[in-house]
Design a binder for this molecule. Structure first.
Ligand code: SF4
Ligand code: SF4
Length: 301
């Protein structure tokens, strides 16, 4: 199933130190609303079955996003909204907005939580939003973004103490977090496959990856093109027929790293997106991988 992260607007009401965006989010960029409706209809035609409203803070445009959610629901598209929960100051206000979204057909709410978000947003907001979802019957989960340091224990414990559904996610060392001191993590020698959800920006640029991949400035490896000059079908097809993109999905980034000559001992110190960046944001490595892609594809057990 084709899925897409829909960047209706990059505007955000807070400024997290770890945000992958580098621009001034207090201003942000916004998609034209009629254009957004047109694009969603085109997506349905192109077989897109799931849309995640992400980028900046979607609740800043609550009425508009609710309208887009309703349109998706009418077109049979699964919807998710990613939010920092600033709007859930009280149980009452939270219940009201969650009910409204549920009525419009929203399928899932993804609540962000981290020591960086919680410098600006009271963690009880996240609790209120999760409780509203439980009460109203809207599926939710919490993305607990962490660099696996001890400082994050209290936030994880808060989520556990309240019995909330949460999944830890490694901080992505891109955008503002690029200046963070990188931690050498020791993972298992795992494949690091990636589904690569595409991302559409408010300016209609489309990238094959919705996370760090839109911030690979040296190679622009995941950039697919602009919707003004291409159809949605063409942009999806571009990634689906790119041999290297497909090898990320099927072979995994670890095997590609090993093929390039990286030592196994070094590979296990990288998280998935960091390893991806190391390979595909390097013009030399990318040129080599493009040249040797058939050997790479044949490099299997
Ligand atoms: S991480 Fe999310 S909540 Fe934080 S500044 Fe970026 S868009 Fe806003
Ligand atoms: S591993 Fe690469 S393609 Fe996958 S989310 Fe991270 S940066 Fe994007």
């Amino acid at each position: 199933m084709r899925k897409l992260a829909f960047g209706y607007s990059t505007k955000c009401n807070i400024s997290c130190e770890h945000c992958v965006a580098t621009e001034d989010l207090s201003v942000g960029r916004k998609m034209d609303h009629d254009k957004a409706k047109e694009i969603i209809a085109e997506m349905a035609q192109a077989g897109v079955g799931g849309i995640s409203f992400s980028a900046g803070e979607p609740f800043l445009y609550f009425t508009k996003i609710a309208e887009l959610v309703k349109l998706c629901s009418q077109l049979g598209i699964y919807t998710r909204i990613v939010t920092n929960s600033f709007w859930a100051k009280t149980a009452e206000s939270s219940d009201r907005l969650v009910s409204e979204l549920k009525k419009n057909g929203l399928c899932q709410l993804r609540l962000s939580c981290s020591r960086w978000h919680q410098k600006n947003i009271n963690k009880n907001n996240v609790l209120n939003a999760a409780r509203s979802c439980q009460k109203i019957g809207l599926n939710y989960f919490i993305s607990f973004i962490t660099d696996f340091s001890k400082e994050d224990d209290q936030h994880e414990q808060f989520l556990r103490n309240h019995g909330l559904t949460f999944f830890p996610e490694p901080v992505i060392y891109a955008g503002r977090a690029e200046s963070f001191k990188r931690r050498s993590i020791l993972t298992d020698y795992q494949a690091n496959y990636c589904d690569m959800n595409p991302y559409l920006t408010p300016d209609l640029d489309m990238y094959a990856c919705c996370d760090a991949g839109s911030h690979f400035p040296e190679t622009n490896f995941f950039y697919l093109g602009n919707l003004s000059d291409n159809t949605m079908e063409q942009l999806f097809t571009k990634s689906e027929t790119d041999c290297l993109h497909n090898l990320i999905r099927t072979m995994g980034i670890t095997n590609i790293a090993s093929f390039t000559g990286m030592k196994a001992r070094e590979i296990i110190t990288y998280s998935k997106c960091e390893l991806c960046r190391k390979l595909f944001n390097s013009p030399e490595t990318l040129t080599r991988l493009r040249t040797e892609v058939s050997q790479l594809a044949a490099w299997s057990r």
